[in-house]
Design a binder for this molecule. Structure first.
Ligand code: BGC
Length: 478
């Protein structure tokens, strides 16, 4: 009996030591960095002379008349959009493009990130709408005339309904349609547009559509989600290669170094979303397990793929695969980082509950279900920095309808970016999300991210007070 007790106690002690060791490992490897903002002078920032300052939008969220798409169809289903709205008119960006450029000019930005509505350019497979192509021609020319460098996103969550009906990125054989489209628009605009983003946030696209089902096709299927992610990353690699080989000069022979100006100037990247995932309780192994596996699924799949050439996707009990393309790290000229905030996870025996992210306690909330955690943009840059590629912050912003936190968010985010640059990270630009209020996907029009407030009745745009924090910093040394 005594011996038995001894064994039990020993096992208990071993388990306790193992528990403490594991928790300590996590605790020290993944610190939840907190800065003492009271003691930080957020005016103490400096940016390189040639820094890219921009604002970002996406076609579906601003243009209007985007019905013939996966999202247009989704919006017709009841209960999908929080306020029952849709993007039929959105903020009339298509018709107001010239005026909106004037708004950018007033801000003082030198770049604009926007996406192309594939559905408008190619409403049916193989049928090209010249007027739509011309629209973006004009947009690009008007931007350039005002010294605003365009950055084009080829896919920002939406695609034509015909592509959706074929299975979109669920099927590998559909990648070719996206490559064809990308080549088409690159042939048209590549002589004027230097910055290209192939895909916006494949991680948000996949988790929102195949895990949380708040994006079309709303299919809770992690295995399929993994397939989609893999196909999207394959699509990125193919698009990168296709665009880089367009218009090779006749003098370029195999083995000779390319001297094509256009090839060297064109910068092609992918925008990934980075959120930090924290354990709700830093001493709880269950919280850590969910936080770390969420990080692996959401952040590391994409960052790891471009860092190492290996995509490893694992959702416990659902799917698990490894896909390797060792050329992947060579197919990205810059990594686009979209950063908003961080989340926490609390273990629960109910799996559904346990995998629901919650806002980190003790921090000020934005209007979205997450907090203001701007030191996180520094952490995101640290992570992206491991790719050893230039970094562009392709999105960062706050939903703040009262406009009582926007200024603080901008100042502290830009402080963190400036510190990252001082610390040696190669950050080349920053795009505020968004130029103006717009259709925030499943949230409808309830979330106000805009530097400009939009009156949805009159479509009038008005600069928000809090946005001046942005214009002041970007115009400081002009
Ligand atoms: C998306 C945007 C969206 C923004 C704010 C990003 O994930 O790229 O389209 O509006 O977040 O939620």
């Amino acid at each position: 009996m005594k011996k038995f007790l001894k064994i039990i106690i020993s096992l208990f002690v071993i388990a306790a030591i193992a528990y403490v060791a594991t928790i300590s490992y996590f605790h020290f490897s993944y610190p939840q960095t907190k800065w003492n903002w009271e003691q930080i002078d957020t005016n103490n920032v400096s940016f390189p002379k040639d820094f890219i300052w921009g604002t970002a939008t996406a076609a579906h969220q601003i243009e209007g008349n985007n019905e013939n798409t996966n999202w247009g169809e989704w919006e017709k289903l009841s209960g999908k959009i929080k306020d029952g709205s849709n993007a039929k008119i959105a903020v009339d960006g298509w018709n107001r493009a010239k005026d909106d450029i004037k708004l950018m000019k007033d801000l003082g930005v030198n770049s604009y990130r926007f996406s192309l509505a594939w559905n408008k350019i190619e409403p049916e497979h193989g049928k090209i709408n010249e007027a739509a192509l011309q629209h973006y021609d004009d947009l690009i020319n008007d931007l350039k005339a005002d010294n605003i460098e365009p950055m084009i996103t080829l896919h920002h969550f939406t695609h034509p309904q015909w592509f959706q009906q074929l299975g979109a990125f669920e099927k590998e054989e559909n990648i070719k349609y996206f490559v064809e489209f990308s080549k088409l628009v690159f042939n048209r605009y590549g002589n004027r547009v230097k910055f290209w983003v192939t895909l916006n946030e494949p991680n948000v696209f996949v988790t929102s559509a195949y895990f949380n089902t708040v994006f079309p096709p709303g299919n809770a299927n992690a295995k399929l989600g993994g397939e989609v992610l893999k196909n999207m990353l394959k699509a990125h690699v193919q698009v990168y290669k296709a665009l880089k080989s367009v218009n090779r000069p006749s003098s370029a022979v195999i083995g000779e170094k390319m001297t094509n100006d256009r090839e060297q100037n064109i910068q092609i990247g992918l925008a990934t979303s980075i959120f930090q995932f924290e354990p709700f309780r830093r001493w709880h192994l269950g919280d850590w397990a969910i936080a770390r596996s969420s990080d692996a699924i959401f952040n590391e799949t994409i960052l790891g793929f471009f860092r190492t050439g290996t995509l490893s996707f694992s959702v416990p009990l659902e799917t698990n695969f490894v896909y390797t393309d060792l050329e992947a790290p060579k197919t990205i000229d810059f990594i686009g980082v979209n950063y908003y905030s961080h989340f926490a996870y609390k273990f629960d025996f109910d799996f559904k509950k346990a995998t629901q992210s919650i806002a980190v306690e003790g921090e000020e909330l934005t209007d979205m279900p997450y907090t203001i955690y701007t030191e996180g943009i520094y952490r995101a840059i640290e992570e992206a920095g491991k790719l050893k590629k230039p970094i562009i912050i392709t999105e960062n912003g706050i939903a703040d309808s009262k406009d009582d936190r926007r200024g603080k968010y901008i100042n502290s985010s830009l402080y963190a970016v400036s510190k990252a640059i001082k610390d040696g990270y190669d950050v080349r630009g920053y795009y505020y999300w968004s130029l103006m209020d717009n259709f925030e996907w499943a949230e409808g029009y309830t979330q106000k991210f805009g530097l400009y407030e939009v009156d949805l009745q009159t479509q009038e745009r008005k600069l928000r007070e809090g946005s001046k924090a942005f214009t002041e910093i970007i115009n400081k040394d002009k």
